[in-house]
Write a protein of this length. Structure first.
Length: 605
């Protein structure tokens, strides 16, 4: 029975026994789609786990995974977990120096990496990693001799494990017995926070932390083994990793998109019923649809806006628990046939719902998705909470909130507005950082660092990050996230960040969306124009000035943006300005664009 599962190590056995399906895992690539059955998934997990044992890895040892999302990632994860080892996920976008820090801090014995590029990063710092014994490459292009050191092929390590299995010493039975003997309080993983500020901390999560969360979310969201999920977020992120574990636990087919850039194509190719994402992805999707509509003939534009308006009215009635008006009930099927169903077809045509996490989702975007017939279940959590604290229940969503606490979690709001949480999903602590652990968990309550409030129905609204709160030189508190979100509601603004801590007034740096600009300025070609080419152009300045003016009109005087600048380059993960889940790394942005920001505080008089 599913209820008896209390550890992650039991999931592969559960999946292969309860959901023996021909297609469990799939990976989209440009020229082909790789597929694995439930049995193949289990066999590969078992063989790799037994293979890791030949490298001298012992129970409790740390094994790192450095890879883009793919079946081998989740196979490696469960191979580590069923072997009693501790999984240490690392973002493949990190430079060698940051990888070195995590590998050294965690004392990782083995690193399982995607390809030679990741292997070479580790080789470049291996001399500083006294505990690292081997690197296992999923998709090698070079020979071991070319890469040097103890470099192993993923497939050959699995073959080594399989050879142990068939050696006749009953290892298959012993493997299962040892995996099933793992207790819920055993350490499962150390996840290093991507760190929007400061040095990464290793979050220690037990099997029970994560499994309790999987069971809690399962109690709130209806999933069926006939569902198919599309995954594209980094599996190094707790949100996506736990989601994929839940999907497999429930017997869903999980497809890994080729990349963030191929989501639209892969939605069409695999036609999933469920997709998890972060707000920025849904916001870009929304902006792209509206940009396409803006290029359409006037009659088609009017038809689109009428249909979305009807869908919105119908969705509002549904969310309020009341029957829509007779007029809306008559118009909704027509709007769906003429427009809304075609929009859904662009997203594969079978999506039952989206799940959004990692940051607050714009109400405007959520309303649009509901209007076209795709509910979005917005939730909230942190790596330290394994990760889900709240989620909007299916059929009882309240837009603008991140939902209600999942069954075993209790929330309360501190006197200063900080959200506190308690439950079986709260981390064991920060690895080798006892003082940080003591600061984060006080009297059994985890301090989230987020500011918010609970309404009478228990629905949580996040207003800002406590550490991101701006306190101006005059002592005024300004929450940047809602203002940045308001700026980004304009399709012209791809990214926005407010500055003003200990400064005399609020300023903003803005990154334009070239696709949206091209619709307003004929000379802009998204394929050829560079951002640096448009900074300072009078008509561009006017357009962005209008956006800022509209937002300022909704704000009290101390929150208004006094000066702003258009940046000549996008924020990116590669430059360190964005986390792998597309959150702003404010300190890095301030450092990189310091001269631009300082100029905004120099008097223009």
């Amino acid at each position: 029975m599913a209820e008896s599962i209390t550890t992650l190590a039991a999931i592969p056995f559960h999946v292969s026994g309860r959901y023996p399906k021909p297609l469990l895992l799939r990976r989209c690539q440009t020229e082909k789609i790789e597929e694995l059955s439930s049995q193949e998934f289990f066999d590969q997990v078992r063989d790799l786990s037994l293979g890791l044992g030949t490298l001298g890895v012992e129970c409790g040892d740390r094994v790192a995974i450095v890879s883009d999302p793919r079946p081998e990632w989740i196979i490696a994860d469960f191979a580590i977990l069923t072997g009693g080892y501790v999984s240490v996920p690392i973002y493949p976008t990190l430079p060698a120096a940051q990888m070195r820090y995590i590998l050294a801090d965690s004392s990782a014995r083995v690193a399982v990496v995607a390809d030679d590029v990741q292997a070479e990063k580790i080789i470049s710092v291996w001399a500083e990693l006294s505990n690292l014994r081997a690197v296992v490459v999923m998709d090698p292009r070079k020979s071991n001799n070319e890469l040097e050191r103890e470099i192993l092929n993923f497939d050959s390590l699995q073959a080594r494990g399989h050879q142990r299995l068939i050696s006749g010493d009953g290892l298959g039975r012993i493997y299962k017995e040892l995996a099933m003997a793992i207790t819920s309080d055993a350490l499962a993983t150390i996840i290093y926070t991507s760190g929007t500020t400061g040095e990464p901390k290793g979050v220690m999560l037990s099997h029970g932390n994560i499994m309790s969360n999987i069971n809690d979310v399962d109690a709130v969201i209806k999933l069926d083994s006939d569902d198919e999920a599309l995954s594209f977020l980094p599996l190094s992120h707790a949100f996506e990793r736990t989601a994929v574990m839940l999907f497999l636990y429930k017997g869903l087919t999980v497809t890994f998109a080729e990349s963030l850039e191929t989501i639209a194509r892969d939605l069409q190719r695999v036609k999933p019923t469920i997709m998890t994402g972060v707000p920025r992805v849904f916001e870009k999707l929304h902006a792209k649809i509206y940009a396409t509509v803006a290029e359409s003939p006037p009659l088609r534009q009017r038809l689109f806006h009428w249909a979305v308006g009807v869908g919105h009215t119908a969705a509002q009635a549904l969310l309020a628990g009341r029957t829509a008006s007779w007029s809306t009930r008559v118009q909704r099927p027509l709007a769906d046939r003429l427009v809304l169903s075609k929009v859904r077809e662009r997203l594969g045509g079978r999506i039952r719902f989206f799940v959004s996490g990692s940051a607050p989702l714009s109400v405007e975007v959520a309303e649009f998705l509901f209007a076209i017939g795709i509910p979005v279940l917005e939730g909230y959590g942190l790596t330290e909470t394994a990760p889900v604290l709240t989620i909007n229940p299916e059929g009882r969503q309240k837009l603008g909130t991140v939902g209600i606490a999942v069954p075993q979690v209790t929330l309360r709001i501190a006197d200063d507005g900080e959200i506190l949480a308690r439950g079986p999903n709260i981390m064991c602590g920060y690895y080798r950082k006892q003082s940080a652990t003591d600061e984060a968990i006080q009297d059994g309550w985890f301090r989230t660092g987020d500011i918010g409030f609970l309404d009478e129905g228990g629905y949580l609204t996040i207003t800002d990050r406590k550490k991101e709160l701006i306190i101006t030189a005059s002592g005024k508190n300004v929450a940047p996230n809602p203002i940045e979100a308001a700026l980004k509601r304009s399709p012209l603004v791809s990214e926005a960040m407010l500055i003003g801590d200990r400064r005399p007034y609020i300023v903003a740096v803005l990154v334009p969306d070239l696709d949206a600009l091209a619709l307003r300025i004929p000379d802009v070609d998204p394929e050829k124009t560079l951002l640096k080419d448009i900074v300072g152009l009078p008509h561009v300045t006017q357009l962005f000035g209008d956006v800022v003016e509209v937002v300022n009109g909704q704000l009290p005087r101390h929150e208004q943006i006094k000066r702003w600048a258009i940046l000549p380059a996008e924020f990116s993960i590669a430059t360190g300005e964005l986390t792998p889940t597309l959150k702003l790394k404010r300190r890095v942005i301030v450092e990189r664009w310091g001269s631009v920001i300082d100029q905004l505080y120099i008097s223009s008089e």
